[in-house]
Design a protein around this ligand. Structure first.
Ligand SMILES: Cc1cc2nc3c(=O)[nH]c(=O)nc-3n(C[C@H](O)[C@H](O)[C@H](O)COP(=O)(O)OP(=O)(O)OC[C@H]3O[C@@H](n4cnc5c(N)ncnc54)[C@H](O)[C@@H]3O)c2cc1C
Length: 233
């Protein structure tokens, strides 16, 4: 797929959680971004373009929009812009699709998906793709977040788990005071019941969290397993 650079307009910004927003950029021409890909996003700030990478949430269709989800970074340069009232209508540029961990590389009937925080956007795109794939017979989704309010795309994950018997979802909450779910602490401490042999393992989110999970899974010595690590830094 050839990489394009296109101008676009920020056309929609909606709340996902208190600290996360979904952003839609309307482009002049159609762009196809495979699930698991990201775009480089350029926005003019103080007269100079600033670049950040954002993973694509609405993937695989030829469309004149790009959607990504953004977590507000305190003291960040770019993310506070999405919380400003005048963000709608701003002209930006996107370069993409980029990235190596694209869904077309998944090959197993069992898919284990792990999302940390805003990494849930990528996991949603991969889950949507895997749901369309009739050879996938087991899909597990595990998310890690501070509390229930911070679970991004929870209603989507709940819905697909309800409608598809081969999909299960588990939410791990690190805030000890949040009593919403029984799984407390870190994702890597709640791998019970998952068999990693003959599977695709896709994880997305903070680099530190992905590395800790990867180490824990690899220590189980899984056989015939493909790993996809989409780490944000
Ligand atoms: C492949 C890829 C995909 C990504 N996908 C997403 C995504 O889908 N959604 C998403 O929200 N993010 C994603 N990211 C992260 C994103 O690109 C940005 O890094 C993130 O949004 C923060 O940008 P920012 O400008 O707000 O923060 P930045 O200004 O980059 O600051 C980041 C942090 O560094 C600190 N910092 C900055 N400058 C200094 C300094 N001089 N000294 C000390 N500390 C400093 C800031 O305080 C802040 O905590 C992705 C990253 C990669 C690499």
């Amino acid at each position: 797929m050839s990489i394009q650079i296109q101008e676009g307009i920020i056309s929609h910004v909606t709340d996902l959680t208190k600290t996360a927003k979904e952003v839609i950029i309307t482009l002049a021409d159609a762009l196809v971004c495979p699930p698991g890909s990201f775009v480089n996003f350029f926005i003019e700030l103080s007269g100079a373009p600033v670049r950040r990478a954002y993973s694509v949430v609405n993937a695989n269709a030829e469309q004149k929009t790009v959607t990504f989800s953004v977590r507000h970074t305190l003291n960040g340069v770019v993310t506070p812009e999405f919380w400003k009232d005048d963000i709608i209508g701003r002209t930006v540029r996107v370069m993409g699709p980029l990235g190596l961990n694209t869904a077309d590389k998944l090959s197993h009937a069992t898919v284990h998906l792990f999302a940390y925080g805003i990494g849930a956007g990528v996991i949603k795109a991969i889950a949507e793709y895997s749901l369309q794939n009739p050879t996938v017979t087991t899909m597990t989704i595990t998310t890690g977040s501070r509390n229930e309010e911070d679970i991004v795309y929870k209603s989507y994950f709940d819905e697909i788990a309800k409608d598809n018997p081969h999909v299960t979802v588990k939410y791990v909450i690190s805030d000890p005071l949040d009593q919403s779910y029984p799984f407390k602490g870190y994702v890597q401490d709640h791998l019970e019941g998952l068999s990693f042999d003959d599977s695709d393992i896709y994880m997305c989110g903070q680099e530190k969290a992905c590395n800790a999970l990867l180490e824990k899974i690899k220590a189980t010595n899984p056989q015939n397993t493909s790993f996809f690590v989409e780490a944000f830094h």
